[in-house]
Design a protein around this ligand. Structure first.
Ligand SMILES: Nc1nc2c(ncn2[C@@H]2O[C@H](COP(=O)(O)OP(=O)(O)OP(=O)(O)O)[C@@H](O)[C@H]2O)c(=O)[nH]1
Ligand SMILES: [Mg+2]
Length: 487
């Protein structure tokens, strides 16, 4: 628990949090029919996701959906600055909640994660931010050879096994002799990633320092600059569990006037019973109504379960009108998985010219795809391109290293937590959440300064992160704690 938090969009229905500051939670009364008690307007699509924290209680509900997202880079910076170095179970005592032993014991007993735990950020905070914001050329050059890895698109090299694009020299030579350097070889990193290992290739990701062979976020993004000069269909992939955080607000700067088909993916992670029509309606309101972004369509899919893929493929065929298709979005949203599922769906519909093997690598490590990967997905000339994800430094999965992403199961289905107003270790509920703090795993702290007696809090997040209620007064003042760390 490093810093206070900020509630970024104090709208009823759905909110995303960044690692910044939350001061007051002001719940909006919700009528039983799902309309706002204030305006009578229909509430957001998130409304049907959770009706009330407890059966029969419908009013005054605040929902917080997903722990990642948000926009506040400055506070992410200070949060990182407040992090002790790796190996830091030696979290300074000033940062520990008073009575944290009791909390810890209870947490262990409940099989929770430790409540006070520094993410293992192995970095100098200023380095990461410089890289994330301005991009600094990555360390010593690695001489890369002709040919690309079909999994991640990076050009091949035969000298540094620990760097992306490595293939053994003998294998490279054989393929070169047979003129099979393009679309035929998988680099060692991709093989590792597809076996579940979290191998990073991007400077700044999880605090990785600039070093040999790491690619910078700017180098990745620069590969997208030609898209606005071409006439193409853009498939913009957004992670439904982190809608605002993964949205890429400046998409028009990247794609120019090209038509955009919006794909909301990972819908399998939403709680059962989520109303997809309401979700789509809410998204259209967010995107077309508020951001004035013209869209060719909105589809909700799961690249993992295949749900919605037929509609997505249909929408793509209708909207592309002979153009090539670029699939883009922020890092780790599920672009490569979407492409794999789209190609599978096309093959199932009898399009056997679509490749069935040597497909882009998908993995839980942000920065899996490092180069543009062309795929012959359409009969005739049409090409579908997988692209490197755009790194957004505020996203939780950019801040955390690969091991912690795995440990907190950030990509796992959203579990629902409806904590009672009961402080850990006490026998009775408090009158309201006012004056209490909710510790969501080791990553998020919500201090509630005002709340009515009937206000409940419902959290949707990774199963590995439990919610624990403590008194705010038992926690250190965040500013003082940060100062103590700095000292
Ligand atoms: N549950 C679920 N997980 C998904 C879905 N789509 C992708 N994932 C997971 O999300 C993670 C990232 O998927 P990728 O397809 O590699 O994402 P990407 O956008 O290509 O990532 P980069 O190449 O790093 O930018 C992987 O762990 C996938 O298994 C989905 O529809 N449902
Ligand atoms: Mg990818």
């Amino acid at each position: 628990v490093r810093q206070p938090l900020e509630l970024l969009s104090a709208k009823p229905g759905m909110m995303t949090l960044s690692s910044s500051r939350i001061a007051v939670v002001r719940p909006t009364p919700v009528r039983r029919d799902g309309l706002s008690a204030h305006s009578g307007r229909r509430l957001s699509a998130a409304q049907p996701i959770s009706r009330s924290p407890r059966a029969g209680q419908v009013s005054d509900t605040v929902q917080i959906v997903a722990a990642n997202g948000g926009k506040n880079g400055a506070s992410a910076a200070s949060a990182r600055r407040a992090c002790p170095p790796r190996g830091g179970s030696s979290w300074p005592s000033a940062m520990m909640p008073r009575g944290s032993r009791a909390v810890q014991a209870r947490a262990d007993a409940d099989d929770c994660l430790p409540i006070v735990y520094p993410p293992t950020v192995d970095t100098d905070a200023d380095d990461i931010l410089e890289v994330a914001r301005h991009g600094i050329e990555a360390g010593p050059d690695v001489e890369r050879k002709r040919g690309n890895c079909y999994g991640c698109g990076v050009s091949l090299q035969t000298d540094f096994p620990e760097v992306s694009g490595f293939v053994p020299p003998e294998e490279y030579e054989t393929k070169r002799v047979h003129r099979q350097l393009f679309g035929q070889m998988l680099c060692l990193r991709c093989a590792d990633l597809s076996h579940g290992r979290m191998v990073n290739a991007v400077a700044g990701q999880g605090g990785a320092r600039l070093s040999k062979g790491l690619i910078t976020p700017v180098q990745l993004r620069d590969q997208l600059t030609h898209i606005r000069e071409r006439k193409v269909l853009v498939v913009k992939v957004v992670d439904v569990t982190d809608f605002h955080g993964s949205f890429l607000n400046k998409v028009r700067d990247v794609v120019g006037g090209n038509p955009i088909l919006l794909v909301l993916t990972k819908v399998d992670l939403l709680p059962p019973g989520t109303d997809m029509d309401a979700l789509r309606e809410w998204v259209e309101e967010e995107v077309v109504g508020k951001r004035r972004l013209t869209l060719a369509g909105v589809v909700c899919v799961s690249g993992r379960s295949g749900e919605g893929m037929q509609q997505a493929v249909g929408a793509m065929f209708t909207s592309r009108k002979g153009r090539d298709v670029y699939v883009l979005g922020s890092a780790n949203v599920g672009k490569s998985t979407f492409i794999r599922a789209a190609l599978k769906s096309m093959r199932e519909q009898g399009n056997f010219y679509v490749p069935g093997k040597r497909l882009p690598t998908a993995s839980a490590m942000p920065g899996t795809t490092l180069g543009i990967i062309p795929l012959k997905a359409f009969e005739g000339k049409g090409i579908m391109y997988d692209t490197p994800g755009v790194f957004l430094h505020h996203r939780m999965n950019s801040i955390l290293g690969g091991d912690d992403i795995k440990r907190f199961k950030l990509g796992a289905s959203l579990a629902r937590f409806s904590p009672r107003c009961r402080v850990v270790g006490e026998d009775e509920d408090r009158a309201s959440f006012a004056g209490l703090s909710l510790l969501w795993g080791p990553l998020v702290r919500v201090d509630v300064t005002e709340a009515s007696a009937s206000a409940g809090l419902v959290f949707f997040g990774p199963k590995g992160m439990r919610v624990t209620v403590v008194e705010t007064a038992s926690l250190p003042d965040p500013a003082a704690a940060a100062a103590a760390v700095a000292a």
